[in-house]
Design a protein around this ligand. Structure first.
Ligand code: HEC
Length: 219
């Protein structure tokens, strides 16, 4: 009995030494273009879902997530802030999504578990707090309030059912990008620096437009 116990302790110590040695030797890759092993991916995924399930357990979704106003409002924010990473109906791929690790899920598709009872609260928590060590930001840090986050959750429930034209129409009628709940505090369009009013050359570059047209941009 004593020998079995000692053997167990020795095995754990040996495993810790091997893990330490691997990390010290730089054997765990942090390159975003080299996926983790399947085992490590499963371990991280399990830890993530356990942590999110626990942290979001007490959140209850508002009853009016089917309210068209919420959906309309969420559409503008989704298109402005999420679509590059999470795609839109009919969009094949985006440059940033291809290079991120983990790859952001395509939220225009029906994802496993999306119809579970807790799915809305889980999404609310993820959008509010983000996911550490991934490209998913804590949007509350950027100033997005809870109502605006619920509007995004309301929109995400509809997104997989939308055709490309229906998506475009909803975004066009959304009132654009705003960090607060229904109808408050819509952003003014960004003011243009006076220096840009009469550009000295035709090469003035507007780095951030949301029309997804990249005519001037080449690698
Ligand atoms: C820079 C890229 C990026 C942007 C922009 C981004 N996300 Fe994410 N998002 C991610 C990544 C990466 C994950 C997956 C993280 C993981 O699995 O560890 C994720 C996960 C999620 C999930 C969980 C999906 C699931 O069911 O597992 C939701 C919901 C989500 N994001 C919503 C949003 C919303 C809403 C916005 C815009 C306000 C947004 N994201 C903007 C990268 C991004």
């Amino acid at each position: 009995m004593k020998n079995i116990l000692l053997g167990g302790v020795a095995a754990i110590v040996a495993a810790l030494i091997v893990a330490y040695g691997m990390i010290w030797a730089g054997a765990i890759s942090f390159a975003a273009d080299e996926p983790h092993s399947d085992d490590l991916t499963r371990l991280i995924g399990w830890a993530r879902e356990r942590a999110i399930a626990k942290a979001s357990a007490d959140i209850s979704a508002p009853h009016n997530l089917s309210d068209p106003e919420r959906i309309r409002h969420g559409a503008g924010n989704y298109d402005a802030m999420c679509a590059d990473c999470h795609l839109t109906p009919g969009a094949e791929e985006s440059e940033i999504r291809k290079g991120l690790y983990p790859v952001p899920p395509n939220l225009s598709l029906v994802l496993a578990g999306a119809d579970s009872e807790h799915a809305d609260a889980r999404r609310f928590w993820i959008i509010k707090h983000g996911i550490k060590g991934s490209g998913m930001a804590a949007w509350s840090r950027g100033g997005m309030d809870d109502e605006a986050i619920w509007n995004l959750v309301a929109f995400l429930r509809q997104l997989p059912q939308l055709s490309k034209p229906a998506y475009a129409e909803l975004v066009a009628h959304s009132g654009g990008h705003s960090h607060s709940g229904l109808g408050q505090d819509e952003h003014e369009p960004p003011s243009r620096p006076a220096a840009l009013d009469e550009p000295a050359s035709s090469e003035v570059h507007h780095p951030h437009t949301h029309d997804h047209a990249h005519e001037r941009h080449s690698h």
